[in-house]
Ligand binder design. Sequence first.
Ligand code: NAD
Ligand code: WQD
Length: 335
Amino acid sequence: MTILVTGGTGYIGSHTATALLQQGYDVVVMDNLCNSKAEAINRIEKITGKRPAFYQTDMMDMDGMRSIFRDYKIDAVIHFAGLKAVGESVQQPMRYYYNNITGSLQLFQVMAEFQVKTIVFSSSATVYGMNNPIPYVEGMPTSATNPYGYTKLMIEQMLMDIHHADPAWNVMLLRYFNPIGAHESGLLGEDPNGIPNNLMPYIMQVAISKLPCLNIYGNDYDTTDGTGVRDYIHVMDLADGHLKALDYIQKHPGLEVFNLGTGHGTSVLEIVKAFEKASGKKIPYQIAPRRAGDIAAFYADNTRAVNLLHWQPKYSISDMCRDNWNFISKNPNGL
Ligand code: NAD
Ligand code: WQD
């Protein structure tokens, strides 16, 4: 089976491409490299012994995408490509709507032209908005609080409508919680541009002294130690979730929504402590004001994914910190 992985040189895409190749799938990667490097392809080859085909193609380029579908008989698409920085999406909404929504629509149009109707989409826990009780369950109402979140909601809606109009479309909407960790080889990991927005990439920069100090956004939340609580999940567990989703959809055609999280919450201070233990490095921090748009705590109810996909997250928080440290200490300047 040949899988087109859009966004496949990015963080989650590169780890998933690795897992797919190791599982015996053929992989074609498409990415415009706006937030990743082609070096990821070399790293994937080093780990798996197989080099995925790579197209530096933008979702805005429909003819470019058509040539991929002409060159390869694609059986399914795993669609990671998109812009993902919440704060940036508030500053640059048009760029986010254009890239994520128009880009995805064009991809779906090209898929339809080539009769490729199986897609796994990277959605996000952000679609649960601000007002749901925790843990989040797939059937809860969805909403968004920023343009990035609206793009995820809209793309979910587009795929639901496409499936409704033509039930031959098989759609997996996977809602990721907070992916961290890296490939255990230290060859692949998260390599964001500029100053990181997310907690773990920021801690990694502090650990290698590229940034002086972590700002902890609030210690007065209604949580065990007052800092924000999230459901951190190892990127290789997420990658495995994609393999399980592909298996499932072949046996059970249709449209499904799954949370991919561990079901456990961890606070910012607990992450800092776990990272210090895994790395042997001190992470200096200061308490800063709450970050706009943050909520105190959220984590997944992953019962559906565990029961239906037969997926079980395996990695602990200390494994995640160990693998992040392994990656950043081997790649202080990224890939
Ligand atoms: P990433 O930025 O590392 O990967 C996304 C890739 O898409 C990048 O390599 C980028 O170059 C590429 N891309 C962006 N726009 C493109 C375009 N127009 N054409 C072709 N390629 C394009 O991000 P990631 O963390 O690997 O996230 C992958 C997906 O998962 C994204 O859709 C993201 O929204 C979603 N997601 C991520 C998280 C997270 O915290 N990392 C959580 C939930 C959902
Ligand atoms: C985690 C915790 C912060 C940075 C985001 C997106 C979400 C999804 C995952 C894509 C919070 C605290 C953070 C820092 C800190 N992405 N923090 N200092 O906000 O849960 O989720 O990424 O879909 O949509 O919103 O992740 O890693 O930014 O924050 O104290 O420098 O760490 O307040 O409690 P978040 P995060």
